[in-house]
Design a protein around this ligand. Structure first.
Ligand SMILES: CC(C)(COP(=O)(O)OP(=O)(O)OC[C@H]1O[C@@H](n2cnc3c(N)ncnc32)[C@H](O)[C@@H]1OP(=O)(O)O)[C@@H](O)C(=O)NCCC(=O)NCCS
Length: 176
């Protein structure tokens, strides 16, 4: 399979079930359950198609207009290390950027080397708990962590796409 010959498409409705074999290949236990539930509900499912089959997918959502989140990214076992995950992530970043997102987050288990390397290869870095918020130039995810469904043993990774919006100017008292 040539990564260059992949087709990237949105999966909607019952077509999302085409991603289940890759999901089963990639997650076990509670993650599989959660990924399956998210697959059915999430805003965007991007799938990488080769030879008519889904070989990888990314589950994407904007948490607020300026924040994108990669809930899951997965590639079927036989298609790994051929650039599919990188294609899906580059596509996700391009879409978030085009939609006006300033930052993108993803979560990875601390021992998931493949996933952490994939994200860091695209400029993501670990987000510290006490960091300044993303609206103030840091990558702190204040107010959004509960929507990210982070579980113990996972680390939050973040990437800034654009500088924070300038603060609203103070109201001009002379125009009251
Ligand atoms: C993580 C995952 C999506 C990577 O997909 P992939 O198609 O194999 O990744 P790519 O071939 O595009 O690799 C891109 C880069 O990621 C890194 N990488 C990917 N797999 C790696 C591995 N097993 N070990 C070390 N680095 C790895 C490398 O930096 C790689 O670049 P390189 O090949 O030029 O060295 C895939 O391993 C997977 O589906 N894992 C199970 C599901 C999962 O854990 N998802 C992440 C949590 S949401």
């Amino acid at each position: 399979m040539e990564a260059a010959s992949l087709e990237l498409v949105d999966l909607t409705g019952s077509d999302r079930e085409r991603a289940i074999p890759v999901l089963k290949d990639s997650f076990t236990g509670i993650y599989r359950w959660h990924a399956k539930r998210t697959l059915g509900r999430i805003e965007t499912v991007r799938a990488a198609i080769a030879g008519g089959q889904v070989v990888g997918f990314a589950l994407l959502e904007r948490l607020v207009p300026e924040v994108g989140y990669v809930y899951y990214i997965a590639v079927g076992r036989t298609a790994r290390r051929q650039g599919v995950g990188a294609r899906l992530l580059d596509d996700a970043l391009a879409r978030f950027r085009a939609a006006g997102a300033q930052v993108v987050y993803a979560a990875a288990e601390e021992d998931n080397v493949a996933s952490i390397r994939l994200f860091t290869s695209r400029g993501f870095r670990r987000v510290e708990r006490q960091e300044r918020g993303y609206r103030d130039g840091g990558l702190g995810a204040w107010g959004l962590r509960s929507r990210m469904m982070l579980v113990s043993g996972e680390q939050l990774l973040g990437l800034r796409l654009a500088p924070p919006a300038p603060p609203e100017p103070a109201p001009d008292p002379t125009t009251r």
